[in-house]
Structures are given as structure tokens and as C-alpha cells.
Design a protein. Structure first.
Length: 428
């Protein structure tokens, strides 16, 4: 449950081992690469390949497996994949998921956006593998960390995730104009195998409360626990999870078209400012977010992080308005880099803090014995909002233009903020 001090009311106490925290940081890195490829890299690549704004927006549907992963989360909780089951419940899924995702993503990079059907098919299946990695990695954290270390673990996982997102994102965008998109993206995808190597080194966490036997129980017990613990407040919980990160999800779907076409920036500008500078600021935000959760409590942090998230989207509204960016035509000259730098710094700080706080919030809502399924259900709601909002973002942008679109995205965060005071208890 969410409490005023940000600490779970059940489970173990104590400090997490340095080895466990190192594994979590490395898993954050390796699980961040598929998401980088399925979002930022694919959007930038297809923008450079002159796909339409509507088609680029529809790429957000690649996040649907993250929304639907609760359907196979009970399998991750109870069964093990063939050939690597001896690694244990959590490690076997982490190992298999990383290898499959690396293979499929590399194949998609070789095909490229010129063969849209095969390209999108490989990416869609890779998204399923990536979502499975997320299930197993989240459950690994919940099983392996004491309750007092949830904030620290979330901060390290998000930091590793952002190292992949920003560091590799910079490398891909910097190398692509010189060596080509296929080489740049394929090299990044090969690093997904880091997760498989780390999994072999990691220790399988002890599960103190074993799940109830039987697949049916594994599917329905997590839902029943949510219903019984939250009672009449359950719709508030669902609305919070669905909408809290919506401004970031919807706005991000159209940032690449804005920066490349509307503002005239180059791939190198995106690489060294949004990915490079953003990298360091995001890590600071993630670590600071995890520290603040433990210092002042979860609920105050959610307020702070949510407001920062809205401000960061307002920055892109300011950029578009200042330069008169319009979908009616591409920018003749690039917008000033100092303005982009300021906006990116705010966005990156907010993104790191929001991610760390939100992950800690979701983990605090899960019962250990059904952690994988409950966490998957919660993140599914978040992904549904992102997939639906992102998929129609291109159509909205076509009708609203850049400035009004990003202004509208700021307002999407209001419902999530209004839910925070009502997240006082899981009981009616």
C-alpha cells in the first residue's frame, strides 16, 4: 500500500546487497534497449525515411504488448521456459527474453523501414519479448529487495534504463548519418545480450511467500486481492495508474517530428543535446527521485514529479510557439540550440524523477506472492494510455499543429494529480 512514509506495510526489511543492486542496474540497462529501439529510434528512423505523421503516430501501438502483458504474467510467475528452467523462476525468463529480443530487433534493423510489413512484424514480436523481460525484471526486484530498498532499487533500475536510452540513443543518432541506420541500430541491439550474461551471474531471489498452486488461481488471485484491498477506491487507483504518465507518453510520440521537421534540428543535435545532455540530467533525476521517495515519502514526491512532468511538456509548447513551427512545412533553418538545451534539461530531469517515483509507487502496491502478475496489471493500464494516446497523436497533430498539441498534452496530467490525495489506503 502507499503510505505517508513511502514504505510498504508488508514484507521484509533491511538493506539490499550491493550485488543485487548491481544486477538491477544492469537489467535496467539491457531492458531499456528494446524500448529505445521500439520508440525513439524507430520514430526518428521513420521520420528520416519520410513516413507520414499519422504512420509515425501509429508506431505507438508497438507498446500494446506492454499493456497486455498481464495476460501471460501468470505464466512468468508459475512456469519456466524450456531449456533454461534450471536457472530459476525469475532468471530463466530474463535469460530467454533477452536472447529472443536481441535476435528479433537485429533482424528488424537489417530489414529496415523500406519493407514496412516485415519490419513492423519483427518489431511487434520483439515488443512481446521486451514486455516479458519487464515482467520478470520487476518481479526480480520485488522478490530480491527488502521493502526499505524499493526506492533505491527503482532509482538504479531507471538509471540503467536511461543509460541505455540516452547513451545508446546518442550513439545511434550520431553514427547513423555516417555508417547508416542498419549498422548503427543493429550494433545497439546486440547489447541486449548483456542482460542474458548478467542473468547468468545473478543469484535467484528467494520467494518467501509461494503463489497459490494452479494456473487459474494465479490469474484470478491478483485481481481479487486488488478488489478486496482497495474496495470502492479501486477506480481511483486505476485512473491514477492510467493517467499519471500520460503527458509524457503522448507528447513523446511527436517530439522527433517537431525537432527534425518543425524546428529544423539535425540528427546530431538530437544526439548530443537530447540524448547526450539528457542522459546525465536523467540519471540525476532518477537517483534524486529514488532518494526523495525514501526521504520525504511517496505521496509528496508524486505531487512534485507530476508537476515537473507537466512543465517539461510546456517547454516543447514554448519551442514550437517561439519558432512558429507548423506541420504545413518544414523549418527553413534550425531553431536556436540554447532554447532546445534548456527544454531538454527540464524534460530529462522530470522524466528521471517521474519514472523512479512511479516505479516505486507501483511496486508498493503489489503483494509479493503474486508480484509479477499484479505489477503487470498496473503497468498494463499505463501502457494502454500510452498506446491509445500515442497512436492518435499523429492525427491530433495534423488537426491541432505543434503548439496546441503540446499544450493539450500538458492538461492530460491533471486527472492523475487529482487522484493522489485519494490514494490513502487500499481498503474501502
Amino acid at each position: 500500500m502507499i503510505s505517508t512514509d513511502g514504505v510498504r506495510k508488508d514484507g521484509a526489511v533491511g538493506d539490499a546487497s550491493a550485488a543485487t543492486l548491481a544486477v538491477i542496474a544492469a537489467l535496467g540497462f539491457s531492458s531499456g534497449i528494446p524500448n529505445l529501439m521500439l520508440t525513439s529510434v524507430v520514430r526518428t528512423w521513420t521520420t528520416a525515411a519520410q513516413w507520414s505523421i499519422e504512420s509515425i503516430g501509429l508506431l505507438s501501438l508497438l507498446s500494446l504488448p506492454y499493456a497486455l502483458k498481464f495476460l501471460w504474467a501468470p505464466i512468468v510467475d508459475h512456469l519456466r521456459p524450456p531449456l533454461c528452467g534450471a536457472l530459476g523462476q525469475r532468471r530463466s525468463w530474463l535469460f530467454a527474453g533477452h536472447l529472443i529480443a536481441a535476435l528479433l530487433l537485429t533482424g528488424a534493423c537489417v530489414v529496415g523501414p523500406s519493407d514496412a510489413r516485415v519490419f513492423l512484424t519483427l518489431l511487434a514480436v520483439a515488443a512481446i519479448a521486451s514486455a516479458t523481460i519487464d515482467i520478470a525484471a520487476s518481479a526480480y526486484q520485488i522478490d530480491g529487495l527488502p521493502r526499505a530498498a524499493f526506492g533505491k532499487g527503482a532509482g538504479l533500475f531507471v538509471s540503467g534504463y536511461r543509460v541505455a536510452w540516452a547513451g545508446l540513443g546518442l550513439a545511434v543518432l550520431a553514427v547513423a548519418p555516417v555508417w547508416g541506420w542498419t549498422f548503427a541500430a543493429s550494433a545497439a541491439c546486440a547489447l541486449v545480450t548483456v542482460g542474458a550474461v548478467v542473468t547468468l551471474w545473478a543469484v535467484e531471489p528467494t520467494r518467501s511467500d509461494q503463489p497459490a498452486p494452479g494456473f487459474a488461481a494465479a490469474l484470478w488471485e491478483p485481481l481479487a486481492l486488488f478488489a478486496s484491498q482497495w474496495g470502492r477506491r479501486l477506480p481511483i487507483l486505476l485512473l491514477f495508474v492510467l493517467t499519471f504518465k500520460l503527458p509524457d507518453q503522448v507528447g513523446n510520440a511527436m517530439i522527433e517530428p517537431l525537432l527534425l521537421k518543425g524546428l529544423g534540428h539535425s540528427l546530431q543535435d538530437l544526439a548530443f543535446i537530447r540524448q547526450g545532455l539528457g542522459f546525465g540530467i536523467t540519471i540525476v533525476g532518477a537517483v534524486a527521485g529514488g532518494w526523495l521517495v525514501g526521504r520525504i515519502g511517496l505521496r509528496p514526491c508524486l505531487w512534485i514529479f507530476g508537476v515537473l512532468q507537466a512543465i517539461s511538456n510546456a517547454g516543447f509548447l514554448w519551442l514550437a510557439s517561439m519558432q512558429g513551427a507548423s506541420i504545413a512545412g518544414d523549418a527553413v533553418a534550425a531553431a536556436p540550440l540554447p532554447a532546445l538545451t534548456v527544454v531538454v534539461m527540464v524534460e530529462s530531469l522530470a522524466s528521471g524523477m517521474v519514472s523512479a517515483g512511479f516505479v516505486a509507487a507501483l511496486m508498493s502496491l503489489c503483494e509479493r506472492r503474486v508480484a509479477a502478475t499484479q505489477y503487470a496489471l498496473l503497468t498494463a493500464l499505463m501502457a494502454v494510455g500510452g498506446a491509445i494516446g500515442g497512436s492518435i497523436s499523429g492525427v491530433l497533430l495534423r488537426h491541432l499543429d505543434y503548439g496546441p498539441f503540446f499544450g493539450w498534452s500538458v492538461l492530460l496530467g491533471v486527472p492523475g494529480l487529482l487522484c493522489i490525495p485519494m490514494l490513502r489506503s487500499r481498503t474501502a
